[in-house]
Write a protein that binds this ligand. Structure first.
Ligand code: NI
Length: 164
């Protein structure tokens, strides 16, 4: 009998400062585009990390959520919590710190570490910037197809690739 495929999600919160500024635009253009987000401000973010895979009959789990939690803290939270995303986080260097770009960067930090866990795969990074605004990233290979098949059923922002 085929093993059921299940998605499991771990959620962590962090607080960070950032500002939105594009090197491709003049100061005036940046101000007009980003408005109040052009100046330093902060968010109480939450990041939802979803892993997908078969339920192992021996353990009843897709992946040990405690191990996933440790990975998320180690790879992401410890490096962004109470930091300025534009200045203090090496893996965001040169990135416009929109929710879209930060979600993609989180994927790139976490996905290699999850390859060690046989069978399961990183499925989605959802970054909630506030109650109103969030971005979701499904990885480089499947992003285009998922984006088109899901866009009608969800209202949240979809991220296909890094963009400003
Ligand atoms: Ni902001």
């Amino acid at each position: 009998m085929p093993r059921p495929i299940v998605e499991i999600t771990h959620v962590q919160e962090f607080s960070a400062a950032h500002r939105l500024v594009s090197a491709h635009l003049s100061e005036q253009e940046n101000r007009e585009l980003y408005g109040p987000c052009f100046t330093d401000h902060g968010h109480n973010y939450s990041v939802e990390v979803t892993v997908r895979g078969p339920v192992e009959p021996e353990t009843g789990m897709v992946m040990d959520l405690n191990r996933l939690s440790r990975l998320v803290v180690e790879r992401i939270i410890a490096r962004v919590d109470h930091r300025h995303l534009n200045h203090d986080v090496p893996f965001l260097k040169g990135t416009i710190t929109t929710a879209e770009n930060v979600a993609v960067a989180f994927w790139d930090e976490l996905e290699p570490a999850l390859r060690a866990f046989k069978g399961c795969k990183l499925y989605r990074i959802r970054l909630n910037e506030s109650r109103a605004n969030r971005a979701e990233y499904y990885g480089p290979e499947t992003a285009a197809s998922r984006s088109s098949s899901r866009s009608s059923s969800r209202s949240s922002a979809k991220t296909r690739s890094a963009k400003g």
